[in-house]
Design a protein. Structure first.
Ligand code: AHR
Length: 487
């Protein structure tokens, strides 16, 4: 039987709400069709934004949205996306599918999306093919109130007030699609570009340097050694790619071995964070600089008969378990992980939402974010899990993952039974106190079950299959399930 011991007196600090952030790139049908359909679309919209998708994002209390990429960010020239839509420059999105990008979704549209969702913008500027002047003027356009020519342009385009964007990325994957730079070269570029990203008024720009891919500690070492005092955050990208880059799994057709490989791949992000955190601790012992995991999630084969450059994949209970495992790790590492952004919001990779024409599907991953939302800005609580080892010989995994937090006197525990076919009992105790009662919600299904257009079987349901015994809570968790338990 598995046991979870909670301790109210031991905490790593506050779980930043930004850990529950998302990412929307000009890639496939994420922005166009997924979020933005234009004002004249028959699909119900407000100023061009799909009503259904915005509502779904609001329901998660989405705190922050990263845009415009991704690899796209280092090809994006922000001036192409302002002014009258019909006059905007057309380009070919060479990274993603070779389709024409008409720039109808630009800065004003992104800021309008954030306003409707109630989230903060996180913008990544172009280092790879852009200039310092271009990036500097974008910040000015967004944040300055001074009567300059750049600001007058914003006024002319209908926005009087400065938006006050805080989160600012200086390049994306500069070691790869963002310019193939060496760490030393990028570090100097970072230092130069960020110098001209000025602070305007009371708004304090939170500057995020391009960080490592996966466990590339040498990148982190060079960045931290030479630029830690000029950054607020260091990004990290880590995808779960079972089978490897050239032999990716299918999203919906997989074996139990694939399932365990996927979960153990996802859980390995804990080790990777640990490696980078140890370097960051040497240069930044106060933990001022946040590790910003601004791309994470599963990466499978694209669905048959879809554009390979659109990265469209379905999303099963296996993805839900990856989300639970990952978010538990981020919660437990909240002293260093200050933000995370799942890749991506709609129709791309481990999407939380899928759309097809005017239809929308909430994926199992969406429901995990829903179950975890009480953790946002709550105090992390020590949550010690003792569970049987399971998985395969090559990919061993504990059968239970969990994390806990406290806010306004109430404890939220998120707990998952990773066993795909076996229910199990989990006993939860609270150090020095008796548990009196609880409320629960759950998501459960077969490991390869998914929601589809016209077939919505997976949803969050009320859950009460638990009882208090001798001051502890005994939970009977069904197989392949994620639960939120509030004490
Ligand atoms: O999320 C898809 C792509 O993955 C992003 O554009 C890039 O940053 C990463 O390689």
């Amino acid at each position: 039987m598995a046991k979870i011991s909670l301790d109210r007196n031991r905490s790593k600090g506050t779980i930043s709400r930004y850990i529950y952030g998302s990412f929307a790139e000009h890639l496939g049908r994420c922005i166009y069709g997924g979020i933005y359909v234009g004002k004249d679309s028959p699909i119900p919209n407000v100023n061009g934004m799909r009503k259904d998708v915005v509502e779904a994002m609001k329901n998660l209390r989405m705190p922050v949205l990263r845009w415009p990429g991704g690899c796209f960010a280092d090809e994006y020239h922000w001036r192409d996306g302002i002014g009258e839509q019909q006059d905007r420059k057309r380009m070919v999105n060479t990274h993603w599918g070779g389709v024409v990008e008409d720039n109808s979704f630009g800065t004003h549209e992104f800021m309008e999306l954030c306003r409707q969702v109630g989230c903060e913008p996180y913008i990544t500027g172009n280092v790879g093919s852009g200039t310092v002047k271009e990036m500097s003027e974008w910040v000015e356009y967004l944040n300055s109130d001074g009567d300059s020519t750049v600001v007058q342009e914003r006024w002319k385009n209908g926005q009087k007030e400065a938006w006050g964007v805080r989160y600012w990325g200086v390049g994306n994957e500069s070691w790869g699609c963002g310019g193939n730079m060496r760490a030393e070269y990028y570090t100097d570029e970072y230092r130069r570009f960020q110098t001209y990203c000025r602070q305007y008024g009371d708004n304090k720009l939170y500057k995020i340097a391009c960080g490592p891919s996966d466990a590339d500690v040498s990148w982190t070492e060079v960045l931290m050694k030479n630029a830690a005092n000029m950054m607020d955050g260091l990004s990290m990208h880590s995808y779960t790619i079972p089978g490897g880059w050239n032999n990716k799994n299918r999203a919906t057709v997989f074996t139990q071995d694939d399932y365990w490989e996927t979960l153990s791949f996802a859980a390995d992000i804990d080790r990777k964070i640990g490696l980078h955190a140890a370097i960051m601790d040497r240069y930044d012992p106060e933990k001022r600089v946040g590790l910003i995991i601004d791309e994470w999630g599963t990466w499978f084969q694209v669905e048959p008969d879809t554009n390979p450059g659109f990265l469209y994949q379905q999303n099963t209970m296996r993805d839900a378990m990856v989300a639970a495992v990952s978010l538990d790790i981020f919660n437990k590492r909240c002293d260093r992980v200050h933000m995370a952004n799942i890749a991506q919001t709609v129709n791309v990779l481990q999407a939380i939402i899928l759309t097809e024409g005017d239809q929308m599907v909430l994926t199992p991953t969406y429901h995990v974010f829903d179950l975890y939302k009480e953790h946002m800005d709550a105090k992390e609580l020590d949550c010690y899990v003792e569970a049987e080892q399971t998985g395969t010989e090559k990919y061993p995994m504990p059968s239970v993952t969990a994390s806990a937090s406290e806010k306004d006197g109430r404890i939220t525990l998120t707990v998952s039974n990773l066993e795909p076919e076996k229910a199990q009992e989990i006993t939860v105790s609270l150090k020095g106190e008796a548990i009196r009662g609880a409320e629960g919600r759950i998501l459960t299904g077969k490991m390869d079950e998914y929601n589809d257009f016209g077939k919505n079987t997976l949803a969050v349901k009320a859950f009460s299959d638990f009882e208090v015994k001798d001051g502890a809570l005994v939970i009977r968790m069904p197989a392949c399930a994620v639960a939120e338990i509030r004490l």
